[in-house]
Design a protein around this ligand. Sequence first.
Ligand code: KIV
Ligand code: NA
Length: 275
Amino acid sequence: MKSTTDFIKMKEMNEKITMITAYDYPSAQLVESSRVDMILVGDSLGMVVLGYDSTVNVTMEDMIHHGKATRNGARDTFIVVDMPFGSYHGDETETLKNAVRLFQQTGANALKVEGAGMLLPSIKRMINAGIPVVGHLGLQPQSAAILGGFKVQGKNAEAAKKLIQDAKALEEAGAFALVLECVPHQLAEIVTQELRIPTIGIGAGRDVDGQVLVYHDVLRYGNHHLPKFVETYADVASEISKGITSFCNAVKNNEFPAPKHQFTMSEETIDELYG
Ligand code: KIV
Ligand code: NA
């Protein structure tokens, strides 16, 4: 398994970091066997797995439940788990309590939080307690209500400057990596150059140290809306539909089960049964 320092070395060596989300045992097994560098148990699970409208509905219990299952499927891959909405905006003691619980119960290697500013003392407390932290700037889905929806962030000079400052503050606080979501590629490039820790982009162009995408988006697993920055590399949904339709047809046409699927008792037993 890679470590936090390995990811910083990968940046130094110009080796791109691959990260993809996983939320359960089978997805984690498949991601681990594909040799992805890092797994994210994202709170995006609220939408793609649980059918919520927003990540705001995701609870600590949801994250623990799915984090555990993901660890069971990927024992040898570095796993980052998202802290859910509301679990890290209270005082530092409450945040630390939630972070310790999430970290211990899921067996994660790191936790991710959205934002900087007011959170920095809590982030320092987590790191001080031995919990590696990944930052997340740009579009912060947990704050969509404040940001006015899902929009590109850091487009004007003032917002871009603030984002660069926040990124530096997160590095100074001790974060070992930073997710940049939905920002202009030029801004992502500047942040990447200014930081010693790796940047992992989603909708942030290619001049970053790594890329993260949502499992269900990359594989077209489900019929949900795909954002502009996603590329799909498989069409799992159509394969699943085909498979289910074939099963139903086989049952209706009396083709399934076939003799090879059946269990048999001896003729003697049948005679006994009638006798
Ligand atoms: O929850 C998630 O999947 C994420 C990624 C989009 C970075 O936070
Ligand atoms: Na997330």
